[in-house]
Write a protein that binds this ligand. Structure first.
Ligand code: GLU
Length: 497
C-alpha cells in the first residue's frame, strides 16, 4: 500500500463511484468510475459503487440495471456495493443504495437540529425569493439567512404539531471566513462562506438532498478520496460546511475536468454515441474503451498509448491527471479499438464478431478453420466489430443477388462470353477451394480465352462473385469461398444475360 496518498484519519484508500440511476451510463461517468478504480487498485484500496437514488421522480430500476450491465461490460468490478448479479448489498458499509439509508440521514439531521446547527425553516419558496430579490436590490450578499435560524427547536416543533410544514436547513456560519480546499487535480480552491445561505438538508417531505446524503455516506463508508466530475466542484462548499458541522474528517477531493467534443463543447449526443451501451452496440471493445477513457485526462509516464487495464493500474498516479478539459477524439477511439482488436488471437476475434454477424442474419461456414482463416484475412480491415458485417456479407450465399449496379456490366457486349469462360474454368478447377494464386491464374485464363481485358474482363467476374461491378477485393474473397458456391453464383449471373 502506498500510504503516502492517505491523510490523517484514513487507514486505507477507499473511493467510490456514485451514479444517480436516471438514465444511461455516459462515457463521462464511466471515466469517473475508471479513474476511481485505477486509483483504488494502484493503492491496493477498495472501489465502491454507491447508488444515489434519492431523486425518486427520476431514478429508475431500469437505469440502475443498465448502468450495472455497462460497468460489468467494461470490467470495472467493484469491491463493495450492489452485487452485480443479485443487486443485494455486498460489503460491510451497506446499504449501498441511498433510498435504503433514509433513516441514517434522518438521524444525522436530528443530531444537527438538537445541537442547534440545523433548524426547521417555515419560509416558503415564494417568501425566500422575495428575500433574495431584496438582498440583490440592496447590493448585499446574495444569500438569505432564514428568520427561523434562531427559533428554538421546541417552538419549531410546536409549529409543526400545529400542521405547518418545514424544511431542515443547515445554519451556515454567519461570520465571514474562507473554506479552503486543496483539490488534488485543480490545486487550491477558495470558497468564501458568504457564497452560501442557509441551505436545505431535508425537504418538507423529509427527503434528504444530494449534498447531505453524499457527505454522510462518504463519511460512513470511510471514503478517503472523492474523485468526481468537475461539475460537482460548486457542491463542495456545502459539503465542507456539513463536514464542519458534524466535526467529521474531510476526505481529499479531486474534480476531473470535463470531457469535450472536438469543438470544445461539453460532449453531446449530436456528435455521436455518448452512452457506454451505444459503444458496445457499435462494436467497441471494453479494453479499448477503458484505454481511451483513461487517456481522457491522464497520461502514462512514458506516454505509452496502448495500455491494458493492468498496465494502467500499475502506472496510475494522480499527479498525471491533467486539469485541462479532455477532447473526445472519435477517430482516435476507432484507431485504438482497431489496435486492441487486431492484437487478439483470431479465435477470440471470431467470438467477438460472431454476435454481430448473427444479428445481421448472416449464414456462414461453421468450421473453425474457416472462421480463423477468414478473421486472418479480414482483421486488417476491421476497426470496430460491426465492420465485420459488411466484410462477411459477400460470403453468405443466401445474400448473393445481382444488384441494379450490375446493369453497367450487362450493357457490355463481351459479358456473356466472359461469364461463360469464368464458369467453365472454375468448374474445371481440381480442388474445392481456391488460393489467391489460383484465382489470379483463372482470371488470366479467362483473359486469354476471350481476348478481353480491363473493365470488360473484371466487371463480369465481379458480378459473378459479388453481384456488382465494384467493391470488395476478389482475391481476398475467393479463397474464402467454396467452389460450388462460386459455380452457383456464376450460373445465376449467366442467366441474367
Ligand atoms: N450522484 C452524483 C452524480 O451522479 C455523484 C456525485 C458525487 O460523486 O459526489 O453526478
Amino acid at each position: 500500500m502506498s500510504s503516502s496518498v492517505l491523510t490523517t484519519g484514513f487507514s486505507e484508500v477507499r473511493v467510490r463511484f456514485a451514479p444517480s440511476p436516471t438514465g444511461y451510463l455516459h462515457v463521462g461517468g464511466a471515466r469517473s468510475a475508471l479513474f476511481n478504480l485505477l486509483f483504488a487498485k494502484h493503492n491496493h484500496g477498495k472501489f465502491i459503487l454507491r447508488i444515489e437514488d434519492t431523486d425518486q421522480a427520476r431514478s429508475t430500476e431500469e437505469s440502475l440495471q443498465m448502468m450495472i450491465q455497462d460497468l460489468k461490460w467494461l470490467g470495472l468490478n467493484w469491491d463493495e456495493g450492489p452485487n452485480p448479479e443479485t443487486l443485494k448489498d455486498m460489503g460491510p458499509y451497506g446499504p449501498y443504495k441511498q433510498s435504503e439509508r433514509l433513516d441514517i440521514y434522518k438521524k444525522v439531521a436530528d443530531q444537527l437540529l438538537a445541537e442547534g446547527k440545523a433548524f426547521y425553516c417555515f419560509m416558503t419558496d415564494a417568501e425566500l425569493e422575495i428575500e433574495r430579490e431584496k438582498i440583490k436590490a440592496a447590493g448585499l450578499h446574495t444569500h438569505v439567512l432564514s428568520p427561523y435560524r434562531n427559533m428554538s427547536l421546541a417552538d419549531a416543533q410546536k409549529k409543526m404539531a400545529g400542521g405547518e410544514s418545514a424544511v431542515v436547513r443547515l445554519k451556515v456560519p454567519d461570520d465571514e471566513k474562507d473554506y479552503n480546499l486543496h483539490d488534488f487535480i485543480r490545486g487550491d480552491v477558495r470558497f468564501p462562506s458568504d457564497m452560501e445561505g442557509d441551505f436545505v438538508l431535508l425537504r418538507s417531505d423529509g427527503m434528504p438532498v444530494y449534498n447531505f446524503c453524499c457527505v454522510i455516506d462518504d463519511h460512513m463508508m470511510k471514503i478517503s478520496h472523492v474523485l468526481r466530475a468537475e461539475e460537482h466542484l460548486p457542491n463542495t462548499l456545502r459539503q465542507l460546511m456539513i463536514y464542519e458541522a458534524m466535526n467529521w474528517t474531510i476526505p481529499q477531493f479531486g474534480h476531473l475536468s470535463l470531457v469535450l467534443d472536438d469543438d470544445r463543447q461539453k460532449l453531446s449526443k449530436r456528435k455521436g454515441a455518448v452512452s457506454c451501451d451505444q459503444f458496445r452496440l457499435d462494436g467497441y471493445l471494453p479494453a479499448a474503451m477503458n484505454n481511451f477513457m483513461a487517456l481522457l485526462g491522464w497520461s502514462h509516464p512514458e506516454e505509452k498509448e496502448i495500455l491494458s487495464l493492468q498496465e494502467m493500474i500499475s502506472a496510475f498516479t494522480l499527479n498525471r491527471v491533467h486539469v485541462a478539459g479532455a477532447v473526445f477524439d472519435r477517430v482516435k477511439l476507432k484507431w485504438m479499438n482497431a489496435q486492441h482488436l487486431r492484437a487478439l488471437p483470431n479465435e477470440k476475434i471470431w467470438k467477438q464478431i460472431e454476435p454481430f454477424l448473427k444479428e445481421a442474419g448472416l449464414n456462414l461456414p461453421t468450421d473453425s478453420d474457416w472462421q480463423v482463416r477468414s478473421v486472418e484475412t479480414f482483421k486488417a480491415y476491421m476497426e470496430v466489430l460491426k465492420d465485420a458485417v459488411a466484410l462477411y456479407s459477400p460470403l453468405d450465399d443466401s445474400k448473393y443477388e445481382i444488384l441494379p449496379e450490375a446493369s453497367e456490366a450487362y450493357a457490355m457486349e463481351p459479358t456473356r462470353a466472359v461469364l461463360a469462360a469464368w464458369k467453365e474454368l472454375v468448374e474445371a478447377h481440381p480442388t474445392e477451394t481456391f488460393t489467391e494464386a489460383d484465382f489470379l491464374k483463372i482470371q488470366d485464363e479467362v483473359k486469354a480465352k476471350t481476348g478481353q481485358k480491363g473493365k470488360n474482363l473484371f466487371f463480369p467476374i465481379r458480378v459473378a462473385l459479388i453481384g456488382k461491378p465494384h467493391g470488395a477485393e476478389l482475391k481476398i474473397l475467393v479463397p474464402l469461398m467454396h467452389k460450388k458456391s462460386i459455380i452457383a453464383r456464376a450460373q445465376k449471373a449467366l442467366e441474367k444475360c
